[in-house]
Design a protein around this ligand. Sequence first.
Ligand code: IPM
Ligand code: MG
Length: 357
Amino acid sequence: MPNVLLLPGDGIGQEIVPEAAKAVRAVGERFQVDFRFQEALVGGAAYDDCGDPLPEETLRLCKESDAIILGAIGGPKWEQLPVHLRPEMGALLPLRKKLELYANIRPAVLYPGLIDASPLKPEVVDGLDLVVVRELTGGLYFGTKKREVVDDEEQAVDTLVYNTGEIVRIGRLAFQMAQKRRKKLTSVDKANVLASGRLWREVITELGKEYPDVELEHMYVDNCSMQLVRKPTQFDVIVTENTFGDILTDEASVLTGSIGMLASASIGGDVGLYEPSHGSAPDIAGQQKANPLATILSAAMMLELSFNMPEAARSIEDAVRHVVEEGYRTPDLMQSGGKEVTTADMGDLVAEYILKG
Ligand code: IPM
Ligand code: MG
């Protein structure tokens, strides 16, 4: 029986993770699978409990589980802590590294019911269906950092390192994903300026020879950020390094109507981690205003990628599509004529539809 570890984390994480668990339970009932759930503390919540944003116990439970659903971490309460104790640098990044989650997959899909919620014109965004494959354990996030005084001035250094092996493994995953989709891969770099970008481009070009059925194009990151709002439907799969992926996925997410719709899967190691792409939204936490759909859709990715249950994954996606088309909206998606619901209502509606099938 599949063992799922729930890590609600901070802020709205506490409200959205239970809704994803609801959807997985409904799937369990419909497809006769006995999902087991455990829960642990991470981020600011863990720091408040025991002074460590990533306690040993949490890490152990992560490694013992079959998959992890994470809500969000961080908030103003913990921003003044020394950097190694902050939820981002003290929990989320070490978790990605220790679990070897080198690939972050973030699909941006426009649900037809949400076309008017997108900031882009309907004719520009209609048909949007892309996926960003973001390298997750290298680059600026994990390179050597230092602070020093040089010539009486404070200086800070971040190092951007990539080696061939890191580029090959993320590249392969992206090519294989493109093979299963519309067979187009856009590799995004800054090869005109960065040495790491030139290596990235060389390695991906070489790798492309093994995937002749995939149309490969290279794009500079600045151009890509423009193309995403100019003509986002030109993209199928985008592969890019860690920092560019962070930035481009926020941009891609809002094209779908709300960052509250963007799911993500972090994979590569033995245990996959599934989390929405958005943050902990402390401004609306505890008010049942958060949109749980990104987390629910992340759970669908878990069913597909960790448990090889594509049909169950589709049942969640269908339920989300249905609920959105029926006009149910959390405040982030609200438009005139919509039916405003709470976080928990949204979770109930999705679970009900999964059960009805
Ligand atoms: C994300 C987030 C994280 C990142 C933060 C919270 C460290 O923005 O998952 O995109 O930058 O990777
Ligand atoms: Mg981000």
